[in-house]
Design a protein around this ligand. Structure first.
Ligand SMILES: NC(=O)c1ccc[n+]([C@@H]2O[C@H](COP(=O)([O-])OP(=O)(O)OC[C@H]3O[C@@H](n4cnc5c(N)ncnc54)[C@H](OP(=O)(O)O)[C@@H]3O)[C@@H](O)[C@H]2O)c1
Length: 260
């Protein structure tokens, strides 16, 4: 089956990479409206880069929409206006958006959500990415299953409600955690200490989840109720109101009995 991707961002790039060598599916063209973003895609052999909806080929069977969440509806509208894709299979890659966004436009639609964080400069192991899929009908679901299993061995058929909840949990474990890394990096930088020192600790924090639940794995002054250490930390950041607030809030979330 032939595939077109819409979008020239991080997910579009990794989808292009994932689909380079899969069997039974052929990445045929990609619509990237911004000329500068096209440069990252020129190395994909046989991939036609287009910049206009009128250039979308009627030969394709599947359209993968990998654009900003708030643009999925307008992109669907542009595709439907071409009047060529009524019976094609249209999927988006958002964890947040329900598939109902497609209801006014298509009948064969679904969600192809890769539960991973993507950046241009990193290639995660695609074969381990959990793909969360849902589809508007049986045939569409089978196509999504075939597509996802041509890339990964971790496929999950989910309702919109389940996927939304997984997306929220993913934001907590990925985006929030990474933001905390960033705060720690700024704090250390101001004190001329290298963030790299923390990397073995960060890795072990993740690795030990292979053997323990997050609750079992929790350590630290808040968990122990070690008020003296907490007060000492708060005195070190007494001039940083936001950070003090965050430190207290998370400490209290770890240990509801803390009086700080
Ligand atoms: N990043 C992740 O880690 C991740 C993981 C899983 C799922 N997702 C989901 O995947 C989707 C794409 O995310 P992303 O991270 O790849 O976003 P991104 O890097 O910000 O890229 C978005 C791309 O969509 C293009 N675009 C926006 N509106 C468009 C339109 N109307 N027509 C054509 N192209 C349009 C943008 O083009 P311009 O540059 O011209 O604006 C840009 O190339 C989102 O739904 C997101 O929730 C992301």
């Amino acid at each position: 089956m032939k595939i077109s991707i819409i979008g020239g961002g991080k997910v579009a790039f990794h989808l292009s990479n994932m689909l380079k060598e899969v069997q039974h599916f052929e990445l045929f063209q990609i619509l990237i409206r911004n000329k500068e973003s096209q440069a990252a895609f020129t190395s994909f052999e046989n991939l036609k880069i287009i910049d206009n909806y009128n250039q979308l080929s009627n030969e394709v069977d599947i359209i993968l929409i990998a654009v900003n969440d708030d643009q999925i509806s307008s992109v669907s509208n542009s595709i439907q206006a071409l009047d060529l894709f009524e019976n094609k299979y249209i999927f988006h890659t958002s964890g947040k958006f329900t598939s109902s966004v497609f209801l006014p436009y298509f009948k064969n639609f679904g969600i192809f959500y890769p539960l991973q964080t993507f950046s241009f400069l990193r290639n995660p192991d695609y074969t381990k990415i959990p793909f969360c899929i849902s589809a508007s009908n049986k045939v569409t679901k089978q196509i999504l299953l075939d597509l996802a299993s041509s890339i990964s061995s971790n496929i999950n058929v989910l309702t919109d409600q389940e996927r939304e909840k997984i997306h929220l949990a993913a934001v907590i474990v990925n985006n929030f955690t990474n933001h905390l890394y960033s705060i720690a990096e700024d704090y250390l930088e101001k004190n001329n200490i290298e963030f790299d020192l923390l990397k073995p600790l960060i890795r072990e924090t993740i690795d030990k989840l292979d053997d323990l639940t997050p609750k079992e794995a929790q350590t630290g002054p808040a968990k122990r109720g070690d008020i003296a250490t907490i007060q000492n930390h708060l005195s070190l950041i007494k001039d940083q109101k936001e950070l003090s607030k965050l430190y207290k809030m998370i400490s209290k979330s770890i240990n509801k009995d803390l009086k700080i």
